[in-house]
Design a protein around this ligand. Structure first.
Ligand code: CMP
Length: 227
């Protein structure tokens, strides 16, 4: 059995649980470890379980037949995923791939559905997260239609700095191995246009990208480029 207190600390979804429910859910959770690059599941697979990230990172991606990738979401500690196929009974809507060594809690389909139906707070959290994803997709569509590439890139870099970055002096470091192709996929642009926009940011001293880290040197000025 997984330590109920540890579960509670690590997974916000369970924080509203009463003690008995914490104990119960802890006894049902399994754990799984993934290495960087491991594929947990692919779009089209049957949905058999719900996942929560204890530590690490998972990217949710759609991949085209010729290997192009759109990153729909980067998930990290405390986030959950894999609920859609369990809720609608359809296959997995996207691939889930570890972007760093990752530890997960797993709840099988039957237990997940039962918990959700018996716990109003869990139900609310799941609905809120579906709603948030739809809002983000709407934002993405709006930005793709109305904003230029340089604004979209600035917006994505600011978002990554605020959600995944850490500050050292004036510089925000985002430790993520993202190719220019993947970064382009996150904002619906081409690799060539991202390459150009990144060069401008580098020349202006706003941001730089190396193998495994994106560095934002001046977050305030970068924010001003979002128009
Ligand atoms: P499921 O379809 O079971 O498997 C893929 C999972 O990725 C999906 O459930 C969601 O949990 C998650 N997912 C799909 N699309 C998005 C998105 N746009 N943003 C965040 N997470 C997503």
């Amino acid at each position: 059995m997984t330590d109920p207190e540890a579960v509670l600390k690590e997974i916000p979804l369970f924080q509203s649980f009463r003690v008995e429910d914490q104990r119960h859910v802890s006894s049902l959770l399994r754990t799984q470890s993934l290495k960087k690059g491991d594929i947990l599941f692919r779009k089209g697979d049957e949905g058999t379980a719900f996942y929560m990230i204890i530590r690490g990172g998972i990217k949710i991606v759609r991949t085209s037949r010729d290997g192009k990738e759109i990153i729909l979401a980067l998930l990290s500690n405390g986030d959950f995923f894999g609920e859609m196929a369990l809720l609608d009974g359809l296959p997995r809507s996207a691939d889930a791939v570890a972007i760093e060594p990752t530890q997960l809690y797993i709840l099988n389909r039957k237990d997940f559905l039962s918990f959700m139906m018996h716990n109003e707070n869990v139900l609310q959290s799941i609905i809120a997260s579906l709603s948030l994803r739809l809002r983000r997709t709407d934002d993405f569509l709006e930005d793709a239609c109305f904003m230029n590439i340089s604004s979209r890139l600035a917006k994505k870099l600011v978002e990554l700095a605020e959600t995944r970055g850490y500050k050292e002096g004036d510089t925000a470091h985002i430790e993520l191995h993202l190719t220019q192709k993947q970064l382009a996929g996150m904002i619906g642009a081409t690799r060539e246009s991202i390459n150009k926009a990144l060069r401008v940011l580098r020349e202006k001293g706003l941001a730089s990208v190396s193998e495994d880290t994106i560095r934002i040197h001046d977050l305030k000025r970068l924010k001003r480029r979002i128009r």
